[in-house]
Design a protein around this ligand. Structure first.
Ligand SMILES: Cc1cc2nc3c(=O)[nH]c(=O)nc-3n(C[C@H](O)[C@H](O)[C@H](O)COP(=O)(O)OP(=O)(O)OC[C@H]3O[C@@H](n4cnc5c(N)ncnc54)[C@H](O)[C@@H]3O)c2cc1C
Length: 308
């Protein structure tokens, strides 16, 4: 039985693992893969200590740093998707999709979040047939084409920047009047003649044959529907926390995030902490995920020694 199991191999999970190993807690970090969400980013400019770093490189560094501590105190288990967590008086049991079970005294959940899916008629039909959730992966397939980006936050604007490098035009469709992205980024992109933004627009329907050929949206102010011809739709409308496997054990808020005490990152259940994007912390970034996880680990360390 482990002192501590850490779930997730993004910035939060790997930080907790490095700190746990250095404190010589008998720990396992279990993740389906290493790196976390921003591995799809071309360049990250705010990873503190590194003015510019590719998303993939950041992810590889997180894995490298974790593996550096693999040894008597740290088991590194990659390729296992966790599907269930249960807790009784004396231990926590974690089960993976492949049927493996792992046991520990304490648990840190750092499984981050995944993409929120577009809710519109035919959005499921055309997923991967013109609708995509990863510009870095699929963007180049749409070179010289007229594409749409759905969303109004940093991820939507970042995606637009990537696509503007090789697409014929990029039209951003946003449901509100105001953008949520950083002002400096918005201003820069709005000045690009290949870029257009449509606000107050609710996506109604996607149409096509084998692949996407158009998208219809409704102007939320006038109620008028418009159809735009396009071959590619890039969806960047936010995240859904990866907490399915633990939702019956710890308190989850209205939008599906794990509720934590911001002083300690402890969940509603003593012995279980959560850190990073899967929590109800108000802000989510790589650096915040790291800080949250270190805080969780420090608290877990004290708790484990009291309860062992
Ligand atoms: C496109 C994009 C660009 C971004 N750009 C920036 C930026 O420039 N700067 C910045 O600071 N932040 C950026 N962010 C936000 C940042 O990526 C997140 O805040 C950060 O990754 C959160 O870290 P995390 O460790 O909590 O979760 P994640 O990074 O989501 O990592 C979760 C980990 O858990 C694993 N996992 C998930 N479910 C399971 C399961 N059931 N079983 C086992 N393992 C599981 C995943 O494989 C992954 O390893 C960006 C996000 C996106 C999507």
């Amino acid at each position: 039985m482990y002192d501590l199991i850490i779930l997730g191999g993004g910035p939060a999970g790997t930080s907790a693992a490095v700190y746990a190993a250095r404190k010589q807690l008998k720990t396992a970090i279990i993740t389906n893969e290493f790196g976390g969400q921003s591995t799809v980013s071309e360049t990250i400019y705010n990873w503190i200590g590194t003015p510019e770093i590719g998303g993939m490189e950041l992810g590889e560094n997180l894995k490298k740093h974790t593996l550096y501590y693999k040894g008597p105190f740290l088991d590194v288990i990659e390729g296992e998707k966790i599907v269930e967590v249960t807790k009784n008086e004396s231990k926590i049991t974690v089960k993976s999709e492949s049927g493996k079970t792992f046991e520990s005294l304490a648990l840190i959940v750092a499984t981050g979040s995944g993409r929120r899916k577009l809710e519109a008629i035919n959005a499921d039909v055309y997923e991967n047939k013109g609708i995509t959730y990863c510009a870095s992966c699929d963007g180049p397939l749409y070179a010289d084409q007229d594409v749409l980006v759905i969303g109004g936050g940093n991820a939507a604007f970042e995606t637009s920047v990537q696509l503007l490098a090789y697409c014929k035009s990029v039209t951003l469709i946003h449901r509100s009047a105001e953008f949520k992205a950083d002002e400096i980024t918005v201003k820069k992109i709005l000045a690009n003649p290949k870029f257009k933004a449509i606000t107050n627009a609710e996506v109604i329907r996607v149409d096509g044959d084998k692949f996407v050929s158009s998208l219809t949206y409704k102007n939320k102010v006038s109620g008028v529907e418009n159809t735009i011809q396009t071959t590619g739709i890039f969806v960047e409308i936010g995240q859904t926390p990866n907490v399915e496997f633990v939702k019956n054990v710890v308190e989850i808020d209205k939008i599906g995030k794990i509720v934590v005490d911001p002083m300690t990152q402890m969940t509603s259940i003593p012995g279980i902490w959560a850190a990073g994007d899967c929590t109800n912390g108000r802000y989510h970034q790589n650096n915040i995920a790291v800080g949250d996880a270190v805080k969780a680990l420090e608290d877990a360390y004290i708790w484990i020694h009291k309860n062992k």
